[in-house]
Design a protein around this ligand. Structure first.
Ligand code: HEC
Length: 376
């Protein structure tokens, strides 16, 4: 009896299994499998970009120089949004060669994203921070991201008294996490009470920056840097401080969902000769949001609001505190998005009698992404 019942339950189980299999074989609600990035890449992209992402120099179909997706120095600095735009719309959307086809209709968004996720695997060195963390440059708050950039900045009195400061900036990446920076300032202003205009070179600066930690998943980056400002400007003409100033700083950025961000910088100004200049501590923060025209593929506008708080620690007398607000707008100029223009106003919130409102602007060139006359 016991055996028979065991057999009976075994048979019942077999029947149940068979029924279950039948059910499983029945078509169920369609469930899209995740697109296979490797297959999509190897069937669609490899003919031109190479099975290994390098563009396989030597085996090229076209005489054009192909991007090397295995070169971390190039591929990590490009954010997914830019690669997506090129893959979706074709090369012309970022003023690349029209040989790069548009895959928006063929692969759909998910297919392109899968191919790009696979393309990201060609660079295996995780030391390089991703381009998403390279946020739009604020007027005063230093970026945490190490960049290959050149800029010309203008800072001018908004009232009648003429006082214009122009600065040439050059930044160059060194390896995955570091950057050097050179600054060459000029100033021209009305000489009161004598009258006339005086001007010349100000205090030139040399700086270094190094990334301490970064994560695309967390959406943040933290760097430490330092600048040395040399007394090359004539102190009597108000062009310089007359002493070498050491400026250590920390710079950080956090990305928010939907292209928002906060950038923060904390810096000190420590003059070598305390008789000529005071020690200062400055906190800078820029909150911004980016919008792209043409369904996210076109010109990018980034309004920002920046706050600057400056604490002076004079040797004699009371400590001072000044605060400024700098509303500003940055926009990309070229289709490559490697030339950007930004303008704003620096509005003093304290000691408004002696500190006029200033107009600030810059023209920025990401020279790694293309020449000045390329990419339009
Ligand atoms: C017919 C050849 C061809 C095919 C196929 C092709 N590409 Fe391209 N791709 C190019 C060319 C050419 C360029 C632009 C080179 C230039 O102008 O610098 C390019 C550029 C790119 C860039 C821009 C790189 C940069 O410099 O910012 C990305 C991203 C890209 N391709 C992704 C893909 C993906 C993903 C696929 C497959 C879904 C694909 N490509 C298929 C030829 C091709």
């Amino acid at each position: 009896m016991a055996i028979a019942s065991k057999r009976g339950s075994a048979a019942a189980a077999a029947v149940l299994l068979a029924v279950a299999r039948l059910h499983a074989a029945e078509p169920t609600a369609p469930q899209d499998p995740a697109p296979d990035g490797e297959r999509i890449y190897q069937t669609n992209c490899a003919t031109c970009h190479g099975r290994d992402g390098t563009g396989e120099p030597g085996k090229r179909l076209y005489s054009i120089e192909m991007p090397d997706f295995a070169d971390c120095s190039f591929v990590t600095r490009e954010p997914d949004a830019d690669f997506f735009a090129v893959a979706h719309e074709g090369g012309l959307v970022r003023a690349f060669s029209p040989i790069m086809p548009a895959y928006g209709q063929v692969l759909g968004e998910d297919g392109i994203r899968a191919a790009l996720a696979y393309l990201r695997l060609f660079c295996t060195d995780t030391r390089w921070p991703r381009g998403e963390l390279n946020l739009p440059r604020a007027q005063f708050t230093e970026k945490a991201y190490p960049e290959d950039e050149a800029a010309i900045t203008v800072d001018a009195n908004a009232n009648r008294e003429r006082d214009v400061r122009v600065k040439l900036l050059y930044e160059k990446r060194i390896g995955p996490k570091s950057q050097i920076e050179l600054g060459l300032p000029f100033r021209a202003r009305d000489q009161s009470p004598a009258g006339g205009t005086s001007g010349g070179v100000g205090d030139v600066s040399v700086g270094v920056k190094h990334v301490l930690t970064h994560s695309l998943e967390r959406g943040n980056i933290l760097s430490a840097g330092a600048e040395v400002v040399f007394p090359s400007g004539d102190e009597d003409d108000g062009l310089g401080k007359g002493t070498t100033v050491f400026e250590p700083y920390l710079a950080a950025a956090q990305i928010f969902a939907g292209d928002g961000f906060l950038q923060v910088q904390l810096l000190g100004e420590i003059p070598v000769d305390r008789d000529r200049a005071d020690v200062e501590v400055q906190g800078r923060a820029a909150l911004g949001w980016s919008f792209a025209q043409d369904s996210g593929f076109g010109r990018v506008f980034t309004p920002m609001i920046e706050f600057i708080g400056t604490g002076g620690l004079p040797r004699a007398g009371a400590n001072t505190f000044d605060a400024d607000l700098v509303p500003q707008l940055q926009m990309t100029l070229s289709r490559r998005q490697h030339l950007m223009l930004s303008a704003g106003v620096r509005i003093p919130l304290t000691r408004t009698g002696s500190r006029p409102t200033r107009v600030v602007a810059y023209l920025l060139w990401d020279w790694f992404d293309g020449g000045l006359f390329e990419g339009w």
